[in-house]
Design a protein around this ligand. Sequence first.
Ligand SMILES: [Zn+2]
Length: 125
Amino acid sequence: MHDLKDPKPCPCCNKDMACVYKDSNIFNGQDYGNRYPKKVALQNHGFQVRCENCGMQTCWWHYETEAIDSWNKRECDCLDDVLEALKKAHFALGCATLLDKSDICQEAYDKVDAVIDKMKKEDEE
Ligand SMILES: [Zn+2]
């Protein structure tokens, strides 16, 4: 009766290793009555999608299809960090607007590299 979509490849590492996980007790008696029909709102089990390669994951959802939808809409968290760093670097250099990549000068790229290096080191610790 349902046609579940497959999770898309991971937006973070690009590997096609995303799997749906089910935890039979994740909601542990909590009531999500404001969001779901009563029977579903009280269920203990939930679903998430997780990348077997890099560990990126969605939160837990009551319906498997919600977990997959949320995964498929997901953009890479690390990409967000890089974009954030780009914006900061751009503003730090006194530029008014961030138009596109070609608009960013070499100095900004160097600053972004430094930020990325720093993030990598923090990840390793
Ligand atoms: Zn991944």
